[in-house]
Design a protein around this ligand. Structure first.
Ligand code: C5P
Length: 401
């Protein structure tokens, strides 16, 4: 997505992730954005002013009290110039100062003085990230409409492993690009379901399936990148919420997923059912752990689960419906059968097995709709999701034309 002529103010606060913000400036400029960088005093301990100056092609400001810079473009002018302010990395201190409305350095002052939407990309040690003080400050900022991008979980510069890694430069760029709302799904409400469902047998056992949720999460991210307001209904997975996704509802069983999807779809334009919903659940959930009866088989009675997609398509007013079909053989025939039987607008079919499908990084899909089909050859799930979303947008628009 283009950022041509978009004016981005990048605030860099003091954290080791500041080195990634150098790359971020390049990624933003590649897409045509004008970038002006403001560094806090702390940031200059990690990266030199000259680095950002060279990468942005603009003077870098570090102080509120620089008379020459104020004469060239005063801080109020700079605040008005910005269409978006992104603070990346946003340190725990920067977050606290913004939450409390400080105005004793240039970056904090600009955030107060600008009407531009504010985006934060937190980056800090996992223990700091988990601290209630940091979380309370973020809750305050979120309640004021500030957008928080990430952080991701993983290995940290300090050697810890956990939540607090700054999102990658391309993820931050894509979230900003999507915020301008000129993507293929701009202005549309999209609901995506993802992951497996778990059906409890007793307090310690359940029936589940091998869906990783990766494909559905990639679809949610791609839809957000395309400008949609995305609600992600996630089964039990431990994946982080993709950048740009507006709301996430975590559920466990098919019944909970159905309730969450029906609720979110009351105002949705498009629903993509990427979840692997269990077809059956134990007819009764035992209140106590079932005891082993030595020498005897255990018989579980299973009750049929509701079909979420079919229940949506039975509604007189329903969103554009996209289903998934994971098949081991006769893919085309089964997929077209489901398209008709469930009353769908489009179905994305993949062959399970041969190294593709659940838990894999790659996938391949064939899309079917009433009078057409399209093959999306094997590639990474993120890229595949983008291609799928582009096609969903085209079919959606054709259906409403
Ligand atoms: O019939 P099958 O489970 O193969 O269909 C898969 C598609 O139907 C997926 O899009 C899945 O999310 C959806 N589905 C559903 N409710 C169910 C079972 C599947 O919405 N109970």
């Amino acid at each position: 997505m283009s950022l041509a002529n978009r004016r981005i103010l990048l605030g860099v606060s003091g954290g080791i992730a500041a080195y990634k913000s150098c790359e971020l400036v390049r990624r933003l400029r590649e897409r045509g954005a004008e970038v002006r960088v403001v560094m806090t005093a702390g940031a200059t301990h990690f990266v030199g002013v000259a680095t950002f100056q060279a990468l942005s092609g603009q003077p870098v400001r570090t102080s509120l009290w620089d008379e020459q810079a104020e004469a060239a473009m005063g801080h109020i002018e700079l605040a008005r110039w910005a269409e978006r302010i992104l603070v990346a990395p946003a340190s725990a201190d920067a977050i606290a100062r913004l939450a409390h409305g400080h105005a004793d350095d240039l970056l904090a002052t600009l955030c107060l003085a600008s009407a531009a939407p504010l985006y934060l990309a937190p980056a800090m040690n996992q223990q700091m990230w988990a601290h209630p003080a940091v979380q309370a400050n973020l809750a305050t900022l979120r309640a004021r409409g500030v957008h928080v991008l990430g952080p991701a979980a993983g290995e940290q510069a300090c050697g810890d492993v956990g939540s607090g890694r700054m999102l990658e430069p391309h993820e931050l760029r894509d979230a900003l690009a999507a915020s301008f709302g000129d993507g293929a799904l701009a202005g549309l409400d999209v609901v995506v379901s993802a992951g497996p469902t778990f059906e409890d047998i007793d307090p310690v056992r359940f029936i589940g399936n091998r869906s990783s949720g990766k494909m559905g999460f990639a679809v949610a991210q791609a839809a957000a990148e395309a400008g949609a307001r995305v609600t992600l209904v996630a089964g039990p997975v431990s994946l982080p919420t993709p950048p740009g996704v507006a709301a996430r509802v975590d559920v466990r069983s098919a019944a909970q997923m159905q309730a969450a999807v029906l609720d979110a779809c009351a105002r949705a334009d498009i629903y993509v059912g990427a979840a692997a919903v269990g077809d059956y659940r134990p007819a009764e959930v035992a209140e106590r752990k079932l005891k082993k009866q030595a020498g005897a088989d255990l018989v579980l009675q299973l009750a049929e689960n509701p079909d979420i997609l079919a229940s949506l398509s039975a509604r007189p007013r329903h969103p554009f419906l996209v289903g998934f079909a994971a098949e081991t053989h006769d893919v085309a025939a089964y997929a077209r059968g489901k398209l008709a039987r469930k009353g769908l607008d489009m179905i994305a079919a993949n062959q399970v097995g041969g190294g593709l499908g659940f838990e894999t990084a790659d996938n391949a899909l064939t899309l079917y709709w009433a009078d057409g089909e399209l093959e999306l050859p094997r590639t990474g799930k993120a890229e595949l999701a983008r291609q799928l979303v582009a096609e969903v947008a085209a079919r959606y628009k054709a259906s409403r034309a």
